[in-house]
Design a binder for this molecule. Structure first.
Ligand code: ZN
Length: 223
């Protein structure tokens, strides 16, 4: 489930997310030579280490999705189609909201003053961020952008989950059935890869580079 994040780092030059020694967006080469350091008077050779890109909250949510997906099924009443693993879908949606927030923070990093924050405050809900705010910024919706990058099924899944989650919140929990849970799990990794592709398309080559692992609190203290 966390596979898309394994070995993923931010390019120090353009902020793209990649895992090779050469950045696929700007071509910068990373120096992965071992580091020599004196420790307690002895010269030690240490492997080059870089901060992984995965945000802590993403790690925690993916771990919980894994736990919930393995929950053993119990006998359930016949009158409901609500999946016993419905939390998988709710957790995925929370994960997605966290990632979309990080995407905008990085994309708006060069806007003057507090403009980026103000725009996000004007569009506090995920629906507005995926459509109106995205349209105004990049002239298409997030789903259409995903489709352009070849993530057709993932774009459809996100639309389905959004509708089901809204129905759930407004009194129809049965909108999250086993079929949707299975679909979410089977597309979990590719949906994250889709998000990474969009990040690299929309959030790189800024003067200010905001890593996605940086918490909102720390981002605020930078300004
Ligand atoms: Zn780069």
């Amino acid at each position: 489930m966390q596979k898309p994040w394994h070995g993923l780092i931010h390019c120090p030059e353009c902020n793209a997310l990649h895992r090779d020694s050469r950045c696929e967006i700007c071509g910068a080469e990373l120096d992965l030579q071992p580091v020599h350091a004196m420790i307690d008077g002895e010269e030690m050779t240490l492997p080059s280490v870089m901060q992984g890109a995965i945000p802590w909250s993403t790690f925690v949510l993916l771990e919980q999705i894994r736990i919930e997906s393995e929950r053993p099924a119990e006998m359930r009443p016949h009158h409901t189609s609500l999946s016993q693993r419905f939390t998988v879908v709710l957790l995925f949606w929370t994960l997605f909201e966290v990632l979309i927030d990080a995407l905008y923070r990085a994309a708006f990093a060069d806007l003057p003053g507090q403009l980026g924050d103000e725009l996000l405050q004007r569009f506090p809900n995920i629906g507005g961020r995926l459509n109106r705010l995205y349209q105004r910024t990049w002239q298409l919706s997030f789903a259409d952008d995903l489709r352009l990058e070849g993530f057709e099924e993932e774009a459809a899944l996100i639309g389905k989950i959004q509708s089901a989650r809204n129905a759930f919140v407004h009194g129809n929990p049965e909108a999250i059935d086993d079929e949707l849970v299975d679909l979410t799990l089977s597309n979990l990794e590719s949906a994250q890869r889709g998000w990474i592709a969009i990040f690299n398309k929309r959030c790189t080559r800024r003067h200010n580079k905001i890593p996605i692992w940086m918490s909102a609190e720390r981002r605020a203290s930078r300004t």
